[in-house]
Design a protein around this ligand. Sequence first.
Ligand code: BG6
Ligand code: MG
Length: 218
Amino acid sequence: MHKKGFIFDLDGVIVDTAKYHYLAWKHLADELGIPFSKEKNEQFKGVSRKRCLEILLEWGNLTVSQTQFDAWLAEKNEDYLRYIETMTAAEILPDVPRVLNYLKENDIPMALGSASKNARTILKKVGLIPYFTSIVDGTQVTKAKPDPEVFLIAARDLNVMPINCVVFEDALAGIEAANRAEMTSIGIGKKEILTEARFVFKDFTEIKLDFIKELAEL
Ligand code: BG6
Ligand code: MG
């Protein structure tokens, strides 16, 4: 059994898809006449597609039929898929490969822990599938972040105890999920937003390999 395991969120941590999710939601919100901003979008990070639409409709005081709900859900996803269609490895966030390569070279098992149902498609597009022992995505979880389910499945797949897992997350909900799983939470983003994270870095360029070495107990 490996002592340590590393779990990565996808959107906003490995790739800059958070901006595409924002643009697709903004497009739908504008169409429905519901005010939507980057600040509001923070509440959508790490949250399932369905839950995001429910929240948006709550903000707009809209109650709709299941058919209409499903149509808007599909519309948002089709819009989003258009953005990611042309994605390449160039959209991997700066210095992410430096950290992934270091962990791989040192045989530290890695998993993906994402709420997205599009996670596999994106990983394929950017060529990162081979790095991960386990890919846990929105098609496998029944309870969305901040529930720790996604990370607990990843830890089980890696055969690492949750307490020995390190999680990289850009979402409030994801940090809460990691903390609830008793994992070491590392926030990627703003300290003012990710207040519950054990450590926060603006992005991977700020993360030193010595820090990773220490976390991985190498
Ligand atoms: C998360 C994103 O990774 O995936 C959320 O942070 C998104 O913004 C969620 O809503 C679900 O993604 P998808 O691709 O299944 O719509
Ligand atoms: Mg994210």
